[in-house]
Design a protein around this ligand. Structure first.
Ligand code: KG4
Ligand code: ZN
Length: 358
């Protein structure tokens, strides 16, 4: 019998098991990560090897270098994840891996290693959507959380408001028409000379600035109340800096960072709350690297409290890329028998949405 058919049958049998251990691998961008997670909710290990120091000198991620770095460390990262969890590979029940979206060369490293492990150990291979992983980080933090809920996804490549109807069932409410929120943070940080990655740098310096110093635009898209646009804001920051320089005036980087951050967070909070009201949801979930932003967390908490909604937000280290979130998403895929064939490929552009727009 072919591997795929055998693994489909194994997935059905696994549903009867009390304890399911998944080893997950994440290598979609500049973090090489491996984790062991029990029953989709309990982290036994979550090893993250960051490449930030390597890419810093270039001011952003260099895809070719990212792939090579993943190749260098991935075996060691997996070994550490198994050691820290104190789990022999024979005890594993499935291998989950991010197969998109992301940098194709980087994704291929994780996908190839996961295929080798799954085939060698005769375990089901589960391809996971990276953003589904970010959403699932909340299941690791909040054991009681179950769909349905409204989720704001804010990462380096994504800005979407999604109605999570059930595990693996996503309906789009709104999305960015140009830059992602994280991308805007990274670009503005670069213009201000704050280095890479820009989000944490802006978050830090903004604490010393006045968020009302400069009035940057809150972009609203005509007739699309739940959609975002951040490119105009980015241009407004560039224009402001050019004008100041041309006039020979000095400006405060902290004020620019704080005013920019305020403009982004205002829009993210306002549209997420109105999406929750419109879709009649009382639970609001945050996901993705920008969800680590301290102002976003604070303001979202204030607004959800005001509207008697419950806010769920993973701790900062589970907001950014890690393999534990991929294991959690992989667990729910496994329960739905979504096993991948060994022909699984890396898909740099992969959509999350599988239900029509709300
Ligand atoms: O989810 P993530 O780790 O990777 C992607 O899937 O893209 O998100 C990375 C993004 C980067 O743009 C980074 O600048 C941003 O998340 N980020 C932050 C913060 N921490 C990370 N943005 C704002 N404030 C932060 N504290
Ligand atoms: Zn990510």
């Amino acid at each position: 019998m072919k591997y795929f058919q055998q693994m489909k049958e194994k997935a059905i049998e696994l549903k009867e098991k009390d304890e399911i251990l998944i080893l997950a691998i994440e290598s979609s961008c500049d973090e090489t990560s491996a984790a062991v997670v029990k029953n989709g909710r309990e982290i036994m290990s979550n090893i993250i090897a960051s490449q930030i120091e390597t890419h810093k000198i270039y001011g952003g991620v260099v895809p070719e270098i990212a792939s090579r770095k993943h190749v260098e460390v991935i075996n060691e990262v997996i070994r550490c994840a198994l050691d820290e969890a104190n789990v022999e590979k024979e005890r594993l029940d499935a291998i989950a891996v991010t197969y998109g979206p992301g940098l194709v060369g980087a994704l291929l490293v994780g996908v190839s290693v996961a295929k080798g492990l799954a085939f060698g150990l005769s375990l089901p291979l589960i391809g996971v959507h990276h953003i589904e992983g970010h959403i699932s980080a909340n299941f690791l933090q909040y054991k009681e959380l179950e769909p349905p809920f409204v989720c704001l996804i804010v990462s380096g490549g994504h800005t979407q408001i999604v109605n999570v109807i059930d595990y693996g069932h996503y309906q789009l409410i709104g999305q960015t028409l140009d830059d992602a929120a994280g991308e805007a943070f990274d670009k503005v940080a670069r213009i201000l000379g704050l280095g890479y990655p820009g989000g944490p740098a802006i978050d830090r310096i903004a604490k010393e600035g006045n968020p009302e110093a400069i009035s940057f635009p809150r972009a609203n898209v005509k007739d699309r109340p739940y959609d975002f646009s951040f490119s105009g804001l980015k241009t407004a920051v560039i224009n402001y800096l050019h004008n100041m320089e041309q006039r020979g005036e000095t400006y405060s980087k902290a004020d620019v960072a704080a005013s920019f951050q305020e403009a982004v967070i205002d829009v993210l909070v306002e549209k997420t709350i109105s999406s929750a009201i419109m879709s009649d949801q009382k639970r609001v979930v945050l996901a993705g690297g920008v969800a680590a932003n301290s102002l976003l967390r604070k303001r979202m908490k204030e607004e959800t409290d005001k509207h008697k909604m419950q806010l769920y937000c993973p701790p900062p280290d589970l907001c950014t890329d890690n393999a534990a979130m991929i294991a959690s998403a992989g667990y729910y895929n496994l329960l739905q028998e979504k096993v991948s064939p060994l022909s699984l490929n890396a898909i740099p552009y992969l959509s999350l949405i599988n239900e029509g727009i709300l």
